[in-house]
Design a protein around this ligand. Structure first.
Ligand code: THU
Length: 143
């Protein structure tokens, strides 16, 4: 995986952010297991709650294309589009990642530019997360 190329795609996606309310622009680049990169930006709304974060935009673009296996996501963002520091994914986006990834191997790259970034697993950012296995009737703690 070319991490700096993935970050560059996130930086580019951020330019399409629709943020008339917060002016906080976020870009995400989601690398699927098939090698395709799905980008996303945050899309705000006058009613506020329908807002989609950049990460969820990227995931839903991929899933709506029939793609559900993912390796990594690069995220950049900041006020007025300046990614001066890390932009950690919100709790709702972490939960969406929990649905479609292996939390122990999925990599979340929080970047300020192509060369400054930290990598976390989803498990690190969502310890004890609730996921598809917890809904399964074959849960290990059930009789
Ligand atoms: N936002 C994202 O797109 N991703 C995140 O991980 C955190 C927050 C967006 C939502 C809203 O449009 C703006 O940033 C300010 O919260």
């Amino acid at each position: 995986m070319d991490i700096s190329a993935l970050i560059q795609q996130a930086l580019k996606a951020r330019c399409n952010a629709y943020t008339p309310y917060s002016h906080f622009q976020v870009g995400a680049a989601l690398l699927a297991a098939n090698g395709v990169v799905y980008t996303g930006c945050n899309i705000e709304n006058a009613a506020y709650t329908p807002t989609s974060c950049a990460e969820r935009t990227a995931f839903f673009k991929a899933v709506s294309d029939g793609v559900t296996d993912f390796c990594a996501i690069a995220i950049v963002g900041g006020p007025k589009g300046m990614p001066t520091r890390q932009c950690p994914p919100c709790g709702v986006c972490r939960q969406v990642m929990m649905e479609f990834t292996d939390p122990d191997s999925f990599q979340i790259i929080l970047a300020s530019d192509e060369t400054h970034y930290h990598i976390y697993t989803l498990r690190q950012l969502l310890p004890l997360g609730f996921g598809p296995d917890d809904v399964s009737p074959s849960h290990p703690l059930l009789p």
